[in-house]
Design a protein around this ligand. Structure first.
Ligand SMILES: Nc1ncnc2c1ncn2[C@@H]1O[C@H](COP(=O)(O)OP(=O)(O)OP(=O)(O)O)[C@@H](O)[C@H]1O
Ligand SMILES: [Mg+2]
Length: 1004
């Protein structure tokens, strides 16, 4: 991994996004060393976002960064925000961060003029640039445009819309009056449609679509519940406070004291002196604006009277009547308020009182259509009163918007530019019907955003045959289906309202029962947020929206959805002496007729149904336009400047679906250019250059890009357009804006590049031709080899059987030796017989082999049979021979044994005769021996006798002991002594006798 780049990451550290360096990669975890803090943290893989090493860099278009992810977008916006650069592009989407301060010259007239007719990216990002692009696209493409501004409450949507309107009015306005009226519509709309909330002190409590060219405003879902009560720290609509602040009107309108004197205001935030000053000023502006858009002073006073009437009506209270157990009457303390309300609303106070405490009903046709009056309980009367005030206010608001539209003459343009300022996704601690509708609208808007930015973007790639990997994004269609399907939330809500005694518990239980298995719906107990888990299943439900999950408390859903005004009150209003009020009640589409209504009739009166129809119309309209998106973000929740809460903004980025956009931008080509357009720009300069004049636009553009040395990775040519990688368009865009000398220089570069390329092409073509020739030759040789092999194989297949037989026949032939060897072992007389047989067999076998060889091509099915016969015959011969050999061997062994036996007998006879001869000889020897011994004994006896005689003679001559004599003496004695001589003779005889005896023993 390159040390310079991808090892740097953003990760969460001490509740901030910190830059760190990956120092270890573990199993599922990364160890990141936080820069400048010398500490290392272990984080999950999905908790780190790669970033570049340079931590001070900020870019106009976020796509120019190397790594596109939520963290880099966040940091880029943060750095820019700190440098008072509140706008950043994400390709063509404008990201805006609310500065909560007026930035000098940011919206000056100079700037407005500067951004006129400048393509995106030339000047720093600005909402004016988006406005200008929409205008240029409308002209260029001849189609309507829409600028969708979205974001949380207080993110700056309405401010952006105002700046865009000013940009158009200042730059393209032709009729001063129209521009003025368009601009003046804002204070009027804000006075009646804006209120202070905890999130924004000038929060628009309705959505609006401003058609700039047509001069037409459409509005959506005014928050009616605010008219009768507002949360602490919030307020009712501004107009109530305007009237309260203006002392001149107090007498006419009977407005005295402060917010505490009015029930509809006292639950909200009180007014400071500064507020009163501001409201006074704003009332003056409002009066001027109303005048300008054509309200007469009478009409204006009527409006104020109606508003004041609403305030007084709000103060009317009811108490149980003593006469009628069921009914109620106006409480004594509110008599005065009733009179004021009646006076201001042009009604008779008694009539008003009766109509507030009773209700006229008509029986069905079956019941004869009888009209009768029902007394209302105090709570029912309170509800009726509130319905009346809400109906009066909302109809008045409709009328004011209609008057604005009437005051602006319709433009004659076929196409228009619409600016949509619609409340963003929101959730509070307690979320009711309003959040339900707003978030439903946001689901639809998000789907539209996905469709436009993600789906259609990818479609454009595929239409132009551009290979870009599929970018997956979380499709929220299933959530829309949760609201809209036949069994969806909206239909259940309408169905439940139709029940005779509808309750919110029953509604919620039905929701859970019918949508039990829907992945987007949960019971409160299963909410990820702890604080919502205590809610009972019958009191609420959780919807898993694309941005976050929201727990809705259903308590007021039915009442708010079925916000009807009963006929008596409608008729009362119809007969008022206040002309304006009268005109508001010409049709009673909201009222509930006494006769049972059909499903569709009821549906058409439900608030949610109306809202859904309006939304469908809006989306239909948006789909017909080319859309530009401005995504507004709040830097903090406290509405203060110079405080960028990273995780708060990050949450908004996710809620706005930015991560999917970033993935798409990273993988795709967010900027594009139709190459015909670029070609048209250069065409006048190439008509004289023969090398270039015949090139078609696509080829010319390719040559141009190549000649200017643009990196191939930065752009891609589609079928009709050239697409640019994120952040690369600005460089290419320069091509479109060059002056004449530069264009001529580019053209000449293109020409020389083309010539060089053509030369190279020719050279490469020659080389390629040689290569192709070699290739062809190689292929021919290979084909031949393959053909030979196939032929060989075919032939082989045909003669395989014969070859096999030949091989086997040869094997049998080789077996001849074996046969002959066995034959050689046979008995002589059999040898002759078998030699003849084998010779005959081998000869036949040779003939058979010759036959096969000669007829090798012929397929002979009997061949195998013949061979098998030979094989059998051979085996039989071999077996027979072996048997014969065995027999012969046995016979030979028998003969051999007989011969050996005869030999043995002969040898035994010989041995016996020898033994006999020996015995006889032994006997003879013994006889001889005996005789000799007798002779010797006789001799010895004679010798002994002689000796004795001699000894007697020699006794005197012979010394006593001869042994003691010396040799000379002995020899002398011997020579002279008879005794010695006798002794010598005796010894000689003894010796001769012994010798004789031993000789005879040897001879025996
Ligand atoms: N571009 C800006 N320059 C200076 N201040 C701004 C800018 N945008 C917004 N603000 C401040 O933020 C406040 C809220 O802005 P704005 O009323 O446009 O919010 P919003 O998105 O329309 O909210 P809501 O949905 O509640 O109507 C403004 O009153 C203004 O003080
Ligand atoms: Mg607003």
């Amino acid at each position: 991994m390159d040390d310079q780049f991808s090892t740097f990451v953003y990760t969460k550290h001490e509740n901030k996004l910190a830059v760190g360096k990956i120092i270890d990669i573990g199993n599922g975890k990364l160890t990141v060393e936080i820069l400048n803090s010398m500490c290392a943290v272990e984080v999950n893989y999905n908790e780190v976002y790669p970033t570049e090493a340079d931590q001070e860099k900020d870019v106009d278009d976020h796509c120019a960064l190397m790594y596109l992810n939520e963290a880099t977008l966040l940091q880029n916006c943060k750095r820019r925000y700190q440098r008072k650069l509140i706008y950043t592009y994400l390709a063509h989407i404008l990201v805006s961060v609310n500065p909560y301060e007026v930035i000098t010259d940011l919206y000056s007239l100079d700037n407005i003029r500067k951004y006129k007719n400048k393509s995106l990216g030339v000047l720093p990002p600005h909402v004016f640039a988006i406005a200008d692009k929409a205008h240029r696209d409308m002209r260029r493409l001849n189609c309507s445009q829409a600028i969708v501004i979205s974001g949380e409450s207080g993110a700056g949507k309405t401010e952006s819309q105002k700046h865009i309107l000013r940009f158009y009015c200042e730059n393209f306005g032709q009729l001063v009056i129209i521009e003025q009226r368009i601009l003046e519509a804002n204070p009027i709309l804000e006075a009646f449609g804006n209120a202070k909330t905890t999130r924004n002190s000038n929060s628009s409590r309705f959505g609006k679509f401003f058609d700039v060219c047509g001069g037409f405003v459409e509005h959506y879902l005014l928050e009616k519940s605010r008219i009768i009560s507002s949360n602490p720290k919030e307020r009712n609509y501004h107009i109530f406070y305007y009237l309260l602040a203006s002392q001149e009107l107090h007498d006419d309108l009977h407005i005295y004291g402060d917010v505490q004197n009015f029930q509809y205001l006292k639950s909200g935030d009180s007014l400071s002196d500064e507020d009163i000053m501001n409201f006074k000023k704003q009332l003056e502006n409002l009066i001027q604006a109303l005048d300008r858009i054509g309200f007469s002073s009478k009409q204006r006073n009527d409006i104020f009277k109606v508003i004041a009437g609403i305030l007084h009506l709000g103060n009317v209270n009811f108490e149980e009547t003593k006469v009628n157990a069921r009914g109620c009457e106006i409480s004594n303390v509110s008599e005065q308020s009733l009179d004021y309300a009646a006076e201001l609303l042009g009604l008779d106070s008694d009539e008003l009182s009766i109509n507030l405490t009773t209700r006229i009903m008509t029986t069905t046709k079956r019941g004869g259509g009888t009209v009768y009056s029902i007394c209302l309980k105090p709570s029912e009367a309170e509800n009726s009163k509130n319905s009346l005030t809400k109906a009066i206010y909302s109809r008045l608001f409709d009328e004011i918007v209609a008057a604005i539209n009437r005051s602006i003459p319709f433009g004659d343009s076929v196409n228009y530019i619409g600016i949509l300022d619609i409340a963003g996704f929101e959730y509070f601690e307690v979320n009711s019907f309003e959040q339900f509708c707003i978030n439903y609208a946001n689901e639809k808007m998000q789907h539209f955003f996905n469709e436009r930015i993600l789906k259609s973007e990818q479609q454009i790639y595929s239409e132009d045959s551009l290979e870009v990997g599929q970018v997956l994004y979380s499709d929220n269609l299933d959530c829309i289906e949760l609201f809209e399907s036949t069994n969806g939330l909206l239909n259940i809500l309408d169905e439940e309202s139709r029940l005779p005694k509808p309750t919110h518990n029953h509604f919620t239980e039905t929701v859970h029962a019918r949508l039990k298995n829907h992945p987007r719906l949960l019971i409160p107990r299963k909410s990820a947020r702890k604080e919502n888990r205590s809610l009972r299943d019958s009191d609420g439900f959780v919807v898993r929206h694309y941005a976050d999950e929201v727990t809705y408390q259903s308590a007021q859903f039915l009442g708010k959805n079925h916000d009807t005004l009963h006929d008596s009150l409608f008729n009362l209003m119809h007969h008022t002496s206040n002309d304006l009020l009268k005109s508001l009640f010409t049709s009673n589409e909201n009222s509930m007729p006494n006769k049972p209504s059909s499903t569709n009739l009821f549906k058409s009166r439900s608030v949610s149904h109306k809202f859904r129809s309006q939304l469908d119309l809006l989306l239909k309209k948006l789909r017909e336009t080319q859309t530009h998106f401005v995504r507004c973000f709040k830097p903090n929740q406290d509405q203060v400047l110079e405080n960028f809460e990273e995780f708060f903004v990050l949450k908004q980025l996710n809620a706005a679906g930015m991560p999917s956009v970033l993935s798409l931008m990273q993988a795709g080509y967010p900027s594009r250019l139709v190459f015909n357009e670029l070609y048209a720009k250069y065409k006048p300069y190439i008509s004289e250059i023969k090398e270039l004049q015949r090139l078609d636009p696509r080829i010319f553009c390719q040559c141009l890009f190549k000649s200017l040395g643009f990196n191939d990775c930065d752009y891609k040519f589609g079928l009709t357009k050239v697409f640019f990688r994120a952040g690369k368009f600005a460089a290419f865009d320069q091509l479109l804006k060059q002056d004449q000398p530069s264009i001529q220089e580019f053209v000449s570069k293109t020409r020389s590049w083309l010539i060089r390329m053509r030369f190279k092409k020719v050279a490469w073509s020659v080389l390629a031709a040689i290569k192709i020739k070699n290739r062809i030759q190689f292929r021919v040789a290979t084909i031949r080899r393959i053909q030979n092999w196939i032929k060989c194989n075919t032939v082989q297949n045909r003669i395989t059987e014969k070859l096999m037989i030949i091989r086997k026949v040869i094997l049998i032939q080789n077996g001849e030796n074996e046969l002959r060897e066995v034959v050689s072992k046979l008995h002589k007389e059999n040898q002759a017989i078998w030699t003849e047989k084998i010779t005959d067999f081998i000869k036949r076998l040779d003939d058979f082999l010759d036959d096969i060889k000669k007829n090798v091509e012929l397929a002979d099915p009997s061949l195998l049979l013949k061979f098998q016969r030979f094989q059998i015959e051979f085996d039989k011969h071999l077996d027979d021979l072996k048997n014969q050999a065995e027999e012969d061997e046995k016979r030979r062994i028998l003969e051999l044994e007989a011969r050996i036996q005869a030999e043995k007998e002969r040898e035994e006879a010989e041995r016996q005769s020898k033994l006999e001869a020996e015995r006889i000889r032994e006997e003879q020897r013994k006889i001889e021996e005996k005789r000799r011994q007798e002779e010797e004994e006789k001799c010895r006896q004679e010798a002994l006798a002689e000796e004795e005689a001699r000894q007697k003679e020699d006794v005197q001559d012979t010394p006593n002991t001869l042994t003691t004599l010396k040799y000379g003496e002995l020899r002398k004695i011997i020579n002279t002594s008879l005794a010695c001589r006798l002794e010598c003779h005796r010894r000689m005889r003894g010796y001769l006798a012994w010798k004789q005896k031993s000789m005879s023993k040897k001879g025996a």
